[in-house]
Design a protein around this ligand. Structure first.
Ligand code: NAP
Length: 288
């Protein structure tokens, strides 16, 4: 089976490596070629364009920043949809909005290509260790065909529903992720301003059931002021935007997420775009 992989950032490079290690014949493309170097040194083939990455493969993965980038890579002048053979399967793992995934699905089907939106839950370390959770939108048949590949990159894969439903599930998860760390940061910062020692504040908050368990994983980043990106802050703001955009499309109120989106947006403008998203603690901590 021939596999193509487009987008070798923090997540894509690690996911592609797990496919390569599992013995798949892998062709890769990334805007910045240097990020492919290790994969190429280990037997992956280089494609000079997204179109070339799609040529002759049975399954093509994309793991790109945001909807506009996915669309450009798929449908631009060197886009992969024009290079893929009929009936091949495009699996978009990028975090995008459900209506975008539905639109990509329709576009792909029109050109004779099968489509799935399969974003992942889990960050840099789970991607490296093959511990991601795949959330799949698309047909059940395509899901079953691709599942062995998901299980080379992840610990589980769940078929959520038709095209768009993987993306729907993903933005629900990231909305909670963004809100949890923000609420925690606001509480801890006020605690510190009230004279509660940072370590004590964290210890107690993390022991109470009102704190999301995932925050224990992020504790050391806040404690050590170490915001090297696992999940860049600009991507989390993007995901909150995908949520509010979807809420608008469906006429559903999303007041808390709108506020959170703006806070991450402000942090972005304080040079925190490429820091880990947990830097929102630092943003709330720093007074002018
Ligand atoms: P990343 O390291 O910033 O990688 C982004 C990828 O998109 C890179 O391959 C980048 O190419 C490409 N890209 C960006 N703008 C482009 C453009 N204009 N033209 C062509 N390619 C472009 O991000 P990541 O963390 O791997 O995230 C990728 C996706 O997974 C995002 O949708 C993110 O929300 C989602 N996600 C991330 C995590 C996480 O913890 N990091 C977890 C789950 C899901 P270059 O290398 O050339 O910049």
């Amino acid at each position: 089976m021939k596999i193509g992989f487009i987008g070798l950032g923090i997540m894509g490079s690690r996911m592609a490596f797990n496919l390569l290690n599992a013995g798949y014949d892998l062709k890769v493309y990334n805007r910045t070629k240097e990020k492919a170097e290790e994969l190429l040194n280990n037997g992956a083939h280089w494609a000079d364009s997204a179109k070339e990455a799609g040529e002759g493969v049975d399954i093509l993965f994309s793991m790109l920043e945001k909807p506009a980038v996915v669309e450009e890579m798929a449908t631009g002048s060197e886009g992969f949809l024009s290079g893929m053979q009929k009936d091949a399967l495009w699996i978009d793992c990028s975090t995008v909005n459900p209506s975008f995934s539905e639109r990509m699905s329709n576009l792909a089907i029109k050109t004779g290509i099968r489509f799935m939106d399969v974003p992942v839950s889990g960050s840099k370390v789970p991607a490296e260790e093959g511990e991601l959770l795949f959330l799949a939108g698309g047909t059940k048949e395509d899901f079953e065909e691709a599942k062995p590949l998901f299980l080379k990159m992840g610990k589980d894969a769940v078929h959520i529903g038709p095209a768009g439903k993987g993306s729907a599930m993903k933005i629900m998860i990231n909305q909670l992720l963004g809100q949890s760390i923000l609420a925690f940061s606001e509480s801890l910062n006020l605690g510190m301003a009230m004279g509660i020692d940072k370590k004590t504040g964290m210890d107690i908050l993390l022991k109470t059931p009102v704190t999301a368990p995932i925050l224990d994983v992020f504790r050391s980043r806040i404690e050590n002021n170490d915001y090297e990106p696992n999940f860049p802050l600009k991507h989390l703001q993007k995901d909150l935007h995908l949520f509010t955009e979807t809420a608008y499309e469906l006429g559903q109120p999303s007041p808390l997420t709108s506020t959170a989106e703006e806070i991450y947006g402000l942090a972005k403008h304080k040079n925190m775009a490429d820091l880990d998203f947990t830097a929102v603690f630092k943003y709330l901590h720093e007074k002018e």
